[in-house]
Design a binder for this molecule. Structure first.
Ligand code: NAD
Length: 366
């Protein structure tokens, strides 16, 4: 693998490898861009087949975080960590404390959080060694579960999408399908039902479906039928890549707006196919930024109301992206990318990377 070529082509500032045979830690932190502030991004623990696979993953994910923070209006850069190992067997306090010490060694240029394969408990072990960690439990001064804020941001994004497509402010009477009734999906259904929507729900867990159907009077749909359910809006809140070249012809909706990460299997070609089918796509990392907004708030002393107020702005951000996409005849995915890059370019200087000792930062300009 030509590492420097990879860093150059993806625009990364730094990559750091951590090795601690005592704890079994083999970790990599990638810092993509710190123009806006310290790089924040979760720590993924995964049994990668090869080291190259781990490096590509951390480079790809950290770049995504730069865009997500920028578009959310946060003064944070993009970073990510991976720990190579089996999250079911290899986790120990020693391992995460060792990881915490390495994160501390980066001097504040990278702030970690939980991600696939890690949880709040692991982050609390990290916290013993460094303050550069976020997303910890309320009892330790953290913000706890970010899902309520994520769901609120998605709800605002759905409202912005409906305004764009149907030129109406109310969601009443519109049909929506929600795929996945987990942390975010459940809170989202609560908002949507209060607005009088007709809600179709599915999950792989029938118990979740039964609970939601009996509480909110939603219509249950088989998990394999949800994509071709005739609705105004499809809200993916389970897995990524549900929208791809095989499923796009099946879709029976006018809008895709949901919480899942990496909704499109192929960001470029799937966005273009959606345009051809006249389906409005709310880019995933824009509409689901509430989770990041929530953990970012923790860094300044968590204020729940402030986090919700910031997530509310997802409405305006998405409206701006839709406007740009129409004006420049580009996909909403391209418009979001340009919007995120513009903000970084506006403040970039020759030495724009973040030096922790040089400045304190406010998480948002407003
Ligand atoms: P979760 O694990 O709590 O819930 C996911 C739900 O989807 C579960 O109930 C699961 O049974 C269901 N599911 C899995 N496969 C399914 C399938 N094939 N069909 C239907 N249902 C299926 O996860 P969550 O925290 O609610 O997050 C949902 C999505 O939103 C994920 O993609 C996550 O990455 C993304 N996201 C979450 C947050 C957050 O704050 N939690 C923030 C940003 C993005």
């Amino acid at each position: 693998m030509k590492l420097f070529e990879e860093l150059l082509s993806r625009g990364h500032e730094q990559i750091a490898f951590f090795n601690d045979p005592e704890s079994g830690l083999k970790g990599v932190v990638a810092i993509h861009n710190t123009t806006l502030g310290p790089a924040l991004g979760g720590c993924r623990m995964w049994n990668y087949k090869t080291e190259e696979e781990a490096i590509i993953d951390v480079l790809r994910l950290s770049k995504g975080m730069t865009y997500k923070a920028s578009i959310a209006g946060l003064n944070l850069g993009g970073g990510k960590a991976v720990i190579i190992g089996d999250a079911k067997k290899d986790k120990t306090e020693k391992l995460f404390r060792s990881f915490g010490r390495f994160v501390e060694g980066l001097g504040g240029r990278y702030i970690t959080a939980e991600d696939v394969g890690t949880n709040i408990h692991d982050m609390e072990n990290v916290k013993i060694e460094t303050n550069n960690v976020t997303g910890i439990s309320k009892s330790l001064g953290g913000s706890g579960d970010p899902s309520p804020v994520t769901a609120f941001g998605v709800y605002m994004g759905i409202k912005a999408s409906v305004k764009e497509r149907f030129n109406r402010d109310s969601l009443e009477g519109l049909k929506i399908s929600v795929q996945g009734l987990g942390h975010v999906g459940t809170h989202l259904v609560d908002y949507l039902s209060k607005d009088g929507m007709q809600i179709y729900v599915t999950d792989i867990d029938n118990k979740r479906i039964d609970e939601i159907v009996s509480k909110y009077g939603c219509t249950p749909v088989d998990k394999d039928e949800i994509l071709n359910q005739e609705v105004d809006i499809y809200a993916p809140c389970a897995l990524g890549a549900t929208v791809n070249k095989n499923t796009i012809p099946l879709l029976n909706c006018e809008i895709i707006a949901g919480a899942a990460n990496n909704v499109l299997e192929n960001s470029k070609s799937d966005s273009e196919s959606l345009v051809k089918r006249n389906i409005l796509y709310a880019p995933d990392y824009v509409i689901n930024a509430g989770g990041l907004i929530n953990v970012a708030n923790e860094l300044e002393g968590y204020d729940k109301e402030k986090a919700f107020n910031q997530a509310e702005k997802i409405y305006d951000t998405l409206s701006g992206i839709f406007k740009r996409s129409k004006k420049e005849s580009i996909t909403t995915t391209q418009a979001a990318t340009l919007q995120a890059e513009d903000r970084i370019k506006k403040i970039a200087t020759l030495k724009s990377f973040y030096l922790p000792y040089k400045k304190t930062f406010n998480l948002r300009n407003d």
